[in-house]
Each structure stands twice: as structure tokens, then as C-alpha cells.
Design a protein around this ligand. Structure first.
Ligand code: FES
Length: 158
């Protein structure tokens, strides 16, 4: 520890060094605040590119995973899709993206229909729009069993 000094030049130099350090720390803090405000705004304005939008096939699940009259949601490329096991044990699959405004639809076992919770739109089990504002049917997929796996694929005529 150095003894206290009364040299005015050394006192000025020490004060200037402290001022420089404080200015540096203030600059770093302001840069951090600025980045925390600007980064979310930039991420909002420039959304990430959708990955793998041209998927033609996806693994939907495993045989025995679904009980009759139930369904699950899975990813078909970058979008949600539905795999429905009908009461008779067969499978149906369709896009889970509502054709009205894009909400995710879900299977309702009690009515055996596909229901959109956003505006109460309804589709039958073939994906046809039967009630509410959806303007078009859901995109439906072919279902194939390969061993214990359930695969769905885009219809060739679609
Ligand atoms: S978004 Fe599905 S009914 Fe409106």
C-alpha cells in the first residue's frame, strides 16, 4: 500500500484513471442495455428460416401406441399433423393446421371429429370442413405400417 501523497499532479492522474475506468464500465453497461433491447426486436422482425418444409414423409408413431378412438399430434416437416386411430382400429392422418387461420386442430373422441379451438371450426375424419369458418379441407396423408412403425406420406395426387 502506498503512503498518501500530496502531489497535485499524481492526484490528477489517479482521478483521470478512475474517470476512464468508470467511463469504460458505463459504456459496457449501456452497450449491454442497448443489445438487450435491440436483439429481441431484430429476432422478431427477422424470423428464422423454416427448416425442411418439403418433407414428404414422417414417422407418426408406433403400432399399439394409440387406443382406438384416440389421436396424437406429431411433426410433419415443420408443421403439426394428426394421427387418428379410428374406433375400428384403422388409422387416418391429416395436417393439424386449420385452413382458416392456421390454428392447431385436435381430435375429439366424443364427436369423432377434428375440432379447431380458435373459431369452433370442425372437420370430419376425412379432413373435410363441415362446420364453422374453415374454407377448405385439411390436407390428408397416406398411412403405411412398416413393422412396428407408422409412417405417413404426402398423397401423390395432392
Ligand atoms: S383458425 Fe381454425 S376455425 Fe379459425
Amino acid at each position: 500500500m502506498s503512503p498518501p501523497t500530496s502531489d497535485p499532479r499524481q492526484t490528477r492522474t489517479t482521478a483521470k484513471q478512475r474517470r476512464n475506468i468508470l467511463q469504460f464500465l458505463m459504456g459496457v453497461s449501456l452497450a449491454g442495455v442497448w443489445m438487450s433491447l435491440v436483439y429481441p426486436l431484430v429476432r422478431y422482425l427477422i424470423p428464422p428460416a423454416e427448416a425442411n418444409v418439403a418433407t414428404n414423409e414422417a414417422l407418426a408413431g408406433a403400432v399399439g401406441e394409440l387406443k382406438p378412438n384416440s389421436a396424437k399430434t406429431f411433426r410433419f416437416g415443420s408443421h403439426p399433423a394428426l394421427l387418428v386411430r379410428l374406433p375400428n382400429g384403422e388409422y387416418q392422418s391429416m395436417s393439424a393446421v386449420c385452413t382458416h387461420l392456421g390454428c392447431t386442430v385436435q381430435y375429439q373422441p366424443d364427436t369423432q371429429q377434428i375440432w379447431c379451438p380458435c373459431h369452433n371450426g370442425r372437420y370430419d375424419l376425412n379432413g373435410r370442413n363441415i362446420q364453422g369458418p374453415p374454407p377448405r379441407p385439411l390436407v390428408t396423408f397416406d398411412v403405411k405400417l412398416r413393422g412396428e412403425e407408422i409412417h405417413v406420406s404426402r398423397r401423390q395426387d395432392a
